[in-house]
Ligand binder design. Structure first.
Ligand code: AMP
Ligand code: MG
Length: 462
C-alpha cells in the first residue's frame, strides 16, 4: 500500500544533518483529540491549509502521528545553575521543517514545526509522563502570540489541541498539545550536548548548521557574537515591556534569539526589579532585574561549549572567549538604548532619569508608558503621577516625541497575570484576551484592562 503523503512539503533537515542529536519518536494516541485554537494566519503564511489541519489527518499530523518521522531533540542544560548532561525533548517532537517567509535570523525561511505534550520520548526521564496540561499549552499560545505582536523575537504558536486525556498535576486536568513554530530549536543546551559528546565532529556540525540556518557566512567567533547580540536584543525587549521569563535555563536560551518555552512567565505590573512570580524559582534567581545578568551567564556557558572551535590554541580560545563575554554588558546596554529609542523615542541622555524615576515611583509599567504618550500629546497629569514628579516628564516631552509613532510602539494591552489565569479556564475569555493582546496597540475600543498582581504566583503547571 502506498504511504499516505502530506499535502505540503515537510523537510527533515535537522534530523538528517545532525542524526546524533535526535531520536526518532512518535506521538502517543490520544483518546479524543480536537483543535482548540488554530492560528489560521500563521498556517497560511507557512503554506499549511487550515482546513486540512482541521481534518483527521491534519490532527494526527499535529500530534506527531502522521506519515512522517518526527524526532525528539537531544540537549543538556544548566537548570537553575546546576548542570544536567541529559535532558532533551522529554515530551515534545520536532515534526519537521516547512518553508515560509524569511525573517531576520531566518534567511532561508525554514521554520520548525514542533509539538509539545505528545507523550514520552527516548529522552523522558523516569517517571515523567511526556504530557502537559491544556492550560499550560494555552498559556504558551497566548504569551508567544502576544510577544510576537509586541515585536519581541519569539517562537510562534500554530495550534493547541485538547486530548481528552485526564492527567494528574496539582489537580486532575485535561492534557493538551501545543504546536509551535520557530526559526529553530537550537538551544545553548544543544551546544553543551554536542560539546560533551565523544563523537568527533559533532560540535562542529552543530555550529556549521546553526550558522547556515541563522547567520550565514559567519565564522565560529562571529556565531558567538551574533548569538550574544540576538539575545541582548530580545532580553532588552523583555525589560522594556516588563516580561519575566521565569525559567532562563540554558536549555531555554536559543541561538536564534527567539524567546522560547513559556512556562511560569508573567508580565510585571508595578515596576520593581525584584519581582518574580514562579513558584519553582524559590531563590528568585530569574527575577525581573536579574534577567540581563542571567542571559549573560548563559552565554558564558555557551562560550565554554564553543571553546574548541574558537581558536586552535586552547589558551587563545579562552582569552578570546573571556574578552567576548566581557563585552556582553556593553552590548546589552546598547540593545537597551535601541529599545528605549524604538519604543519611546527616548533620547539617550534621558534613559538614566527614566530608569531612576521608574525605580523610585514603581508605577504600573504599561500604564506609565501610556501616560508618557498622553504627556507627549499635551496631557501630562497621569505621567507626573506615574513618575512622581515633573522633571523627567517635562524633559521627555521637550525632546519632541512623535505621538503618531508612539501610538504604534507603546502597547495599551499586555497579558496581565490575573486576566491570563481567568482566560485559561474559559475559551470565550481566552479568545477575547488573545484578540486584545495580539492587537496591543489598537485593541477594540471597549476593551479595558484591569490590573493587580498582589500575591500572584505562577505554578509551572506543566
Ligand atoms: P521545560 O521546563 O519545559 O523547559 O522542561 C525541562 C525539561 O524537562 C525538558 O527536557 C523537558 O522535555 C522535560 N519535561 C518537562 N515536563 C515533562 C514531562 N511531563 N514529561 C517528560 N519530560 C518533561
Ligand atoms: Mg525547556
Amino acid at each position: 500500500m502506498p504511504k499516505p503523503s502530506l499535502p505540503f512539503e515537510l523537510h527533515t533537515e535537522f534530523a538528517h544533518r545532525l542524526p546524533h542529536l535526535v531520536a526518532e519518536a512518535r506521538g502517543e494516541e490520544q483518546p479524543a483529540a480536537r483543535i482548540v485554537v488554530l492560528n489560521e494566519q500563521l498556517a497560511s503564511a507557512l503554506g499549511l491549509d487550515p482546513d486540512w489541519l482541521r481534518s483527521d489527518e491534519g490532527v494526527e499530523f499535529l500530534l506527531g502521528r502522521g506519515p512522517t518521522a518526527p524526532h525528539a531533540m537531544a540537549y543538556a542544560g544548566f537548570q537553575f545553575g546546576q548542570y544536567n548532561p541529559s535532558m532533551g525533548d522529554g515530551r515534545a517532537l520536532l515534526l519537521g521543517e516547512v518553508t515560509g517567509p524569511t525573517a531576520p535570523h531566518n534567511p532561508a525561511g525554514l521554520w520548525d514545526l514542533h509539538a509539545k505534550g505528545t507523550g514520552p520520548t527516548p529522552y523522558s526521564r523516569f517517571g515523567s509522563d511526556g504530557r502537559g496540561t491544556l492550560r499550560s499549552m494555552l498559556r504558551e499560545y497566548l504569551f508567544s502570540e502576544s510577544m510576537h505582536a509586541l515585536g519581541v523575537p519569539t517562537t510562534r504558536s500554530l495550534a493547541v489541541l485538547a486530548t481528552g486525556r485526564p492527567i494528574q498535576r496539582q489537580v486532575v486536568e485535561e492534557a493538551g498539545v501545543l504546536v509551535r513554530v520557530a526559526a529553530s530549536h537550537i538551544r545553548v543546551g544543544s551546544f553543551h550536548f554536542a560539546a560533551q559528546s565523544l563523537r568527533p565532529g559533532m560540535l562542529e556540525q552543530l555550529a556549521d548548521y546553526t550558522i547556515e540556518r541563522h547567520y550565514p557566512a559567519a565564522d565560529y567567533q562571529e556565531l558567538f557574537i551574533r548569538a550574544m547580540d540576538a539575545q541582548a536584543a530580545t532580553v532588552a525587549g523583555w525589560m522594556q515591556l516588563g516580561f519575566i521569563h521565569g525559567v532562563m535555563n540554558t536549555d531555554n536560551t536559543t541561538l536564534s534569539g527567539e524567546t522560547i518555552d513559556y512556562g511560569p512567565c508573567a508580565f510585571l505590573e508595578n515596576y520593581d526589579p525584584d519581582t518574580w512570580f514562579s513558584s519553582i524559582d524559590t531563590q528568585g534567581r530569574y527575577r525581573f532585574g536579574r534577567q540581563p545578568d542571567m542571559v549573560g551567564w548563559n552565554l558564558a556557558r555557551l562560550a565554554e561549549s564553543l571553546l574548541p572551535l574558537l581558536d586552535d590554541s586552547p589558551d587563545s580560545a579562552l582569552a578570546w572567549a573571556q574578552e567576548a563575554i566581557n563585552s556582553f554588558a556593553e552590548r546589552f546596554e546598547k540593545a537597551r538604548r535601541v529599545e528605549a529609542l524604538q519604543r519611546l523615542q527616548m533620547p539617550e541622555e534621558l534613559i538614566q532619569d527614566y530608569s531612576t524615576a521608574l525605580t523610585e515611583a514603581s508605577p504600573d509599567l504599561t500604564q506609565a508608558h501610556r501616560a508618557l504618550v498622553s504627556a507627549a500629546a499635551g496631557t501630562p497629569a497621569a505621567a507626573y503621577e506615574a513618575f512622581a514628579g515633573t522633571q523627567f516628564v517635562d524633559a521627555y516631552c521637550a525632546s519632541g516625541p512623535d505621538v503618531a509613532r508612539l501610538e504604534r510602539s507603546v502597547p495599551r494591552v499586555i497579558p496581565r497575570p490575573r486576566l491570563v489565569e481567568a482566560a485559561l479556564g474559559d475559551l470565550d475569555e481566552f479568545s477575547r484576551l488573545l484578540q486584545a493582546t495580539t492587537h496591543p496597540f489598537d485593541p477594540a475600543p471597549d476593551y479595558k484592562q484591569p490590573g493587580g498582581t498582589e500575591g500572584y504566583l505562577t505554578y509551572c503547571g506543566t
